[in-house]
Design a binder for this molecule. Structure first.
Ligand code: ACM
Length: 774
């Protein structure tokens, strides 16, 4: 009982003295423990306590959940630090790590905990199981302040911590691409380590039905599998897919529950129903059986509104509710374009019978009906913000705002609870950076800092309305993320930034302090074999190409997104280290040269892999397609893989599915005699729905279209026109060459593919200007 008396004697004093960490962090930055998310209150004190393999872990309450938390902590510390702690037998004495569920713990908020480190030991106390778990995770971070192994000296401190929001979420899309059970669990484990508590699991969509429903076996026999574009050719597989059995789902739910993560399943309706209609055509509107879609985007397939279809959905929900104990069930509601309902006499007749005057109102009625069923079973409906459109949403329905934050504001003003997960701010399918080696994803860039700076509660909400904001959630859509390596790259370390938004008090928001705490977290990721992105710290090596081409000398500027670490570089091809020259200001090099650069944390560990740039005439005249801007008129831009299900992370190609036109930047053309293009043919597997009409179609004069090169502007004179090869026979990647007329001075080029828009999509792998003959 030593620890309890210690705690109660200190608690009130500590609470009185506790300060928000942010000011403290600035005053004594080096001493700030590398905790993410930052605790609500942290007070550093004098002294320290060293934890080594002989330090016992004492379970003060003999509670099964406390035991589970202790086992989790011990396992994690062993795996990452190589420090093997043990649970003490009865009667084992201090100094120790004590875990205790305690109704008197000095933090009353749900999920909160108190953690005290003194020279006599470490004590975590919480009033609920989740709080004790969060405290254990904080202790894990205290025990892993760096990449070293074994015993660790923990500074004396006092933490009083609780969450800002109850909903701290991540959505994983397992429909567009499928992750294994082990991969989903690895993600849940990382969420738990960041005190995130909701995995929103997107389980059904046009491209796949991923949850076994025993009453309807065709959903996974047919609906879980799709035929990739180009199946059977060029080594492409005949089918892509997978699903989770109910046994597997039970195991994942148990895994999450042990980590105090709730899984909210999503079954998308009434749209995104193509895989369901492929399995049971009678659920659809047309009666026809579609294929499970291999096209990402907005497909037109809706559920019909027959009573039998609601019976089907109710039966599915019965099985879903039996698997997932979560209070909330997500029913989608997004992107349900109404063409099929409009064209269907049966749907129109039903609308008349119900006295419903618009298809949007019919969607409202549809969602309302599902909501009643869930309510009858003690559950709550949550859906994407389109569920507001019918204007007849029951007040207790929760809205997930994704089309910006307007849906959240409207919903909160109407008295609905809301979860903030706006696109693009919290859409983790957007790339973290735009260097040539960034993985596939959507543009624009949503950087680590963008996520860190996300304002969770819109200013226009007053205090009462703001109470409707349950929390925040990032969404990892996987159209362009076929493997877990892609998912991890998209999620980390942006999830750290999200965790801080979701958990820490807004007054503690401190971007620089976050960066100071991040390297320790990156070391934890390396210890857990996690493929986090280094985009925030990757060095961009820039020169003025035209000055270099004109003078044979380049002024090199090095930067990264954050400006946080120390950038070191080499010019001899060797790998930069902290002993290499430190970048202070732009420097000059004579051509040819090779610049390699990396950014380093204060402890000398690299924050990112080195990046390299060759500087010679050929390299200056050659650019990857990802470095060529879109032509004016359409901002849409993706980085895509050679095929949608390709499993490597490189190469990636920049595409604008609306307009295959890109700009080669103004370049000193003196001596340039030819253009060489590494071109690629890609599947055009994008469902654009009503936006299809925006796709630019251009005349072509050879059967498969051409790559046309215009001088300066896209309406400038044609310098070259290179016919595309027959897609039925040419390899996926091919070369195009043409002579260019002599030009002098700086000129840009506009490169336009004129291929028919009902055929494959073409992209630029690399464009090289050459001085020799093609
Ligand atoms: C969504 O991004 N369609 C919710």
């Amino acid at each position: 009982m030593l620890h309890r008396s210690f705690l109660s004697s200190c608690a009130s004093l500590l609470l009185a003295l506790a300060l928000l960490l942010a000011p403290a962090a600035r005053a004594g930055e080096a001493a700030t423990p590398a905790l993410i998310p930052l605790p609500a209150r942290l007070q550093l004190q004098h002294g320290s306590f060293t934890v080594d393999a002989s330090t016992p872990v004492v379970l003060a309450d003999h509670d099964a959940s406390t035991r589970q938390t202790a086992d989790y902590l011990i396992d994690l510390v062993a795996r990452t630090r190589g420090l093997h702690l043990h649970i003490a037998g009865d009667g084992q004495a201090a100094p120790a790590i004590v875990l205790q569920r305690d109704p008197q713990a000095p933090v009353a908020q749900a999920e909160g905990y108190a953690l005290d480190v003194t020279p006599q030991g470490i004590r975590i106390a919480a009033r609920d199981d989740a709080g004790l778990f969060h405290g254990a995770v904080t202790l894990y971070q205290l025990l892993t302040p760096d990449a070293k192994q074994g015993a660790v000296e923990v500074p004396a401190l006092s933490i009083r911590d609780w969450p800002r929001f109850a909903w701290r979420g991540l959505m994983l899309d397992s429909a567009r691409h499928f992750q294994s059970v082990a991969e989903v669990e690895k993600l849940i484990d990382q969420m738990a380590q960041l005190k995130l508590d909701v995995l929103h699991w997107h389980l059904t969509d046009d491209q796949g039905w991923r949850i076994q429903i025993k009453r309807y076996p065709e959903l996974t026999k047919i609906g879980a599998w799709r035929t990739p574009p180009g199946a059977g050719h060029d080594g492409e597989p005949q089918r892509y897919g997978g699903f989770y059995t109910q046994e597997q789902i039970r195991a994942v739910v148990a895994y999450a529950t042990a980590r105090h993560v709730t899984i909210v399943p999503e079954l998308d309706m009434p749209g995104h129903a193509q895989a369901a209609a492929a399995s049971y055509p009678q659920l659809g509107v047309t009666g026809r059986r579609p294929q499970v879609s291999a096209d990402s985007g907005v497909n037109p397939w809706l559920y019909n509104v027959d009573d039998d279809t609601f019976t089907f959905i109710d039966h599915v929900l019965d099985e879903v509710m039996a698997l997932f104990p979560s209070q909330y069930i997500h029913v989608g509601g997004d992107e349900a374009i109404k063409d099929q309902w409009q064209a269907s006499p049966a749907v129109q007749a039903k609308m008349r019978a119900l006295g419903i005057s618009s298809e949007d109102a019919l969607q409202g009625w549809f969602i309302g009906r599902i909501g009643q069923y869930l309510e009858k079973h003690g559950r709550k409906l949550i859906g994407w913000d389109e569920i507001l459109e019918g204007d007849n949403l029951p007040a207790d329905t929760t809205v997930m705002s994704w089309r910006g934050i307007d849906g959240a504001i409207k919903a909160a003003l109407l008295g609905h609870d809301v979860v903030m997960s706006p696109s693009p701010d919290l859409y983790f399918d957007h790339v973290q950076g735009d260097l040539a080696d960034e993985y596939a994803g959507r543009l624009g860039v949503e950087s680590l800092r963008d996520v860190y700076g996300f304002q969770a509660v819109p200013d226009v909400l007053n205090a009462t309305q703001a109470r409707h904001v349950l929390g925040v959630q990032a969404n990892v859509w996987t159209e362009h993320l076929p493997t877990m390596a892609h998912v991890e790259h998209a999620v980390f370390p942006r999830l750290d930034a999200l965790a801080e938004v979701a958990w820490s008090p807004p007054a503690a928001n401190d971007w620089h302090g976050f960066l100071v705490r991040l390297p320790a977290q990156l070391a934890r990721y390396r210890a857990q074999h996690l493929d986090y992105a280094d985009s925030a710290f990757a060095v961009d090596i820039r020169v003025d190409r035209n000055v270099a081409l004109a003078t044979g000398k380049a002024t090199v500027t090095l930067s990264d997104q954050t400006g946080f670490g120390a950038i070191h570089y080499t010019l001899d091809g060797s790998t930069p280290t902290p002993a290499s020259p430190r970048y202070e200001a732009p420097f000059n090099v004579g051509l040819p040269a090779t610049v390699r650069a990396a950014s380093f944390a204060a402890d000398g560990n690299a924050l990112a892999a080195p990046r390299e740039r060759a500087l010679d005439r050929a390299a200056l005249l050659s650019l990857p397609g990802t470095a060529l801007a879109n032509c004016p008129g359409s901002d849409f831009r993706l980085r895509v893989q050679p095929t949608p299900d390709a499993t490597s992370t490189q190469p990636v190609y920049a595409v604008n599915v609306f307009d295959t036109c890109q700009l080669f930047p103004p370049t000193l053309m003196d001596g340039v005699a030819a253009i060489h293009v590494d071109a690629v043919r890609l599947p055009r597997n994008f469902a654009l729905a009503h936006e299809q009409k925006l796709v630019v179609s251009r005349p072509h004069s050879t059967p498969f279209g051409e790559l046309v090169v215009h001088a300066d502007r896209c309406d400038g004179p044609v310098l070259a026109s290179m016919p595309l090869p027959d897609p039925a026979h040419a390899p996926r990647t091919f070369k195009l060459d043409a002579k260019l007329p002599a030009q002098s001075g700086e000129h840009g080029l506009c490169l336009v593919y004129t291929a028919p828009i009902d055929g494959p999509l073409y992209a630029l792998g690399r464009v090289s200007l050459e001085t020799g003959q093609p």
